[in-house]
Design a binder for this molecule. Structure first.
Ligand SMILES: Cc1cc2nc3c(=O)[nH]c(=O)nc-3n(C[C@H](O)[C@H](O)[C@H](O)COP(=O)(O)OP(=O)(O)OC[C@H]3O[C@@H](n4cnc5c(N)ncnc54)[C@H](O)[C@@H]3O)c2cc1C
Ligand code: SF4
Length: 597
């Protein structure tokens, strides 16, 4: 396999007099998958992406050591990453009145903001209002997949049929059996590493070579076995064996760089939408891409009420354009997609397109995180160093609450993400005791002995958690900003208390000394797993989309990202977003050929 690192050229001078078969808004996991499926089925597709096409390898500089960077990875003066306190004490828009020239979301603060300063949006240009929310956005070809954390999990019928299981919320209009073949397709097309565990609540993928667990992680895994719980190597959306059908991606060489900074892999072993989906789609000859194109309205044919295209603004010139298409596919990410639907008001759709139910923007859900535990594996103190950090992830402990049991205080569950062992920066060095040579010995002796994990819990989908358009605030292009009406509830708070107690209990059961617990619940939005603002359902009165992510109101309008999710599950969403988009676009392509959309 000869790797082609050079991306196919993008056509910026797109022919807008043409009517495309489909126009896709957004180029992340959802938009990329829509482009892959539709172009391989012969549809002529135009993709509009608000961000730039970046020379991503030069942005990520995955193999750069901290000491090779003039500021150890920090962004240049004038840049600022929002902190927990800023999100918590102040209210949005967070960049208002900031004296910094550029304000980025908190992700930039994860030890290397120079690497994401052009990928994340500048909050100054992209304000939002309302309740506190750490909204992380990436406007670039590929969206957030350029820097995602790679944990690639499936949902199960504990999620799809959650209401049947515990009475809360609504079931999805599909079951695991409907989606399983598409999860398989995603696994085979993109590559995923992991180990089979045969768990009904965390179905296995078609895995490539797994990453090794470290000594401390194996110790924890053994301890958990006795409690009937499971610790499995990080299920990473990474190709560890390589993909013969994709010439833009290399197999993983275990350089651990993606785990060192806020994501990103410059040889694209970790999935990203451009190399995984978009460049191969361009190779079909059926995909045209226009970057710097901010969609602000789904255009409607006033005679039929159907979608006829997209109105967009060029982000660089601020000029307005229209793109014409027979089918419109919205894939701008959960909150941006809701914003676009709400912005698309017409006489046929006075509350926004596809919103006759009034549910667009509502049932907004995600994951709650923050609580966690840090432990010391005493057997490792003073032992010679081992090479532990060349991995794209550590471990995952799947949900164990409210499966067969019923917890007092909360419904649904949470999983833990964690890792232990040696890493590029010695764990807890700043907290070590001593001075001079004694301090250095203390740091070296303990460097590989720490293990830590943090919970990710399901936030319940609630109608009263929603976003709408702010009547006054606008972004730098004059497009109305989103306003949040969103807060965690009692279920989330109780679940977070349980995370701390359960984490401690598990470490103790494994013979790992607990040296710290985190009880703080991070600000709403912190998980970057926003979902549910245009949910699927069988009843057009209480849902926006049908099981194929097709608008109940407008049959040539599809919304193929996380906004369609009925509940958040506690498993990370990206693999499900792509499996659903694959299924829906396959349906769309066959209906298109029959002339039914
Ligand atoms: C640091 C980080 C870690 C993460 N870790 C994980 C993880 O471990 N596991 C997991 O499952 N998920 C993870 N995620 C989340 C994951 O990245 C998202 O679930 C996924 O990218 C969603 O895909 P999407 O296509 O819906 O949105 P995005 O990837 O955000 O793509 C949306 C695209 O639409 C474009 N767009 C937006 N508005 C418009 C408009 N008006 N007009 C035109 N284009 C527009 C954007 O510029 C963007 O390129 C992580 C995210 C981040 C940032
Ligand atoms: S560990 Fe693998 S996926 Fe991560 S940066 Fe290195 S090669 Fe890429």
């Amino acid at each position: 396999m000869t790797l082609v690192r050079v991306a196919p050229p993008l056509a910026q001078d797109v022919d807008l007099s043409q009517t495309y078969d489909a126009v896709i808004v957004g180029s992340g996991a959802a938009g990329g998958m829509a482009a892959h499926v539709l172009t391989t089925r012969g549809l002529k597709v135009l993709m509009l992406e608000a961000g730039k096409k970046l020379p991503i390898e030069q942005e990520l500089r995955s193999m750069q050591w901290p000491y090779d960077h003039p500021r150890r990875g920090d962004a240049p003066p004038g840049y600022h990453s929002l902190s927990f306190n800023e999100y918590t004490i102040r209210t949005p828009p967070y960049a208002k009145n900031s004296t910094f020239q550029h304000v980025m979301s908190y992700v930039g603060g994860w030890g290397g903001s120079d690497y994401v300063k052009n990928i994340l949006v500048d909050e100054k240009n992209h304000p939002y209002t309302g309740t506190k929310y750490a909204w992380v956005r990436a406007r670039a070809l590929g969206g957030k997949t350029n820097i995602w954390g790679r944990l690639a999990l499936r949902l199960s019928d504990y999620d799809f049929k959650g209401k049947t299981h515990d009475g809360y919320g609504d079931d999805w209009p599909i079951s695991y059996a409907d989606l399983e073949p598409y999860y398989d397709k995603v696994d085979l097309y993109l590559g995923i590493s992991g180990v089979k565990e045969n768990l009904p609540h965390l179905p296995d993928s078609l895995f490539q070579r797994p990453n090794k667990l470290t000594f401390g992680e194996v110790k924890l895994r053994d301890g958990l076995k006795k409690m009937g719980r499971v610790l499995t190597p990080y299920r990473a959306g990474v190709t560890t064996d390589g993909l013969k059908h994709n010439r833009y991606r290399s197999k993983c060489y275990g350089r651990g760089a993606c785990d060192r900074r806020p994501g990103g892999c410059d040889i694209h072993a970790a999935f990203d939408s451009p190399t995984g989906l978009i460049y191969p789609a361009m190779d079909t000859g059926n995909l045209t891409i226009r970057t710097n194109s901010i969609a602000h309205e789904v255009l409607v044919d006033s005679n039929t009420g159907k979608a006829r295209g997209i109105a967009f603004i060029d982000s660089a010139t601020h000029k307005s354009y229209e793109a014409k298409a027979k089918v419109v596919i919205v894939a701008a990410s959960t909150l941006e997609s809701a914003r676009l639907l709400l912005l698309s008001r017409s006489s046929a759709h006075p509350n926004g397109i596809g919103n006759s139910s009034g549910h667009v923007g509502h049932n907004f859900c995600e994951h709650v995180m923050g609580p966690g535990v840090t432990g010391l594996v005493k057997d490792l103190v003073g032992k010679p160093p081992t090479l532990d950090d060349g991995r794209p992830g550590g471990f995952y402990i799947p949900r164990f609450r409210n499966l067969k049991d019923r917890q007092p205080g909360f419904v649904r569950g949470y999983g833990f993400e964690g890792s232990g062992g040696f890493s590029i920066f010695p764990g807890k060095a700043t907290g070590a005791a001593g001075f001079g040579a004694q301090f250095k010995k203390e740091v070296r002796d303990h460097a590989g002995a720490f293990i830590g994990m943090g919970g990710f819990g399901e936030v319940l989908a609630r109608y009263e958690n929603y976003v709408d358009l702010d009547p006054d605030a606008k972004d730098a292009w004059g497009v109305p900003a989103l306003r949040f009406h969103y807060q965690f509830g009692d279920n989330e708070r109780k679940m977070c208390e349980d995370m701390v107690a359960a984490g401690r209990e598990m470490f103790e059961a494994a013979g790992i000394e607990v040296v710290g617990t985190d009880e703080k619940v991070l600000t709403e939005g912190w998980s970057i797993h926003e979902l549910g603002t245009a949910r699927m359902g069988s009843d057009p009165k209480t849902s926006v989309l049908n099981q194929f992510q097709q608008s109940h109101d407008v049959k040539n309008l599809f919304v193929v990202d996380g906004s369609s999710h009925v509940s958040a599950s506690c498993q990370n969403p990206t693999w499900t977003i792509m499996a659903l988009a694959w299924r829906s676009c396959e349906y769309l392509a066959s209906e298109f050929k029959k002339g039914n959309v």
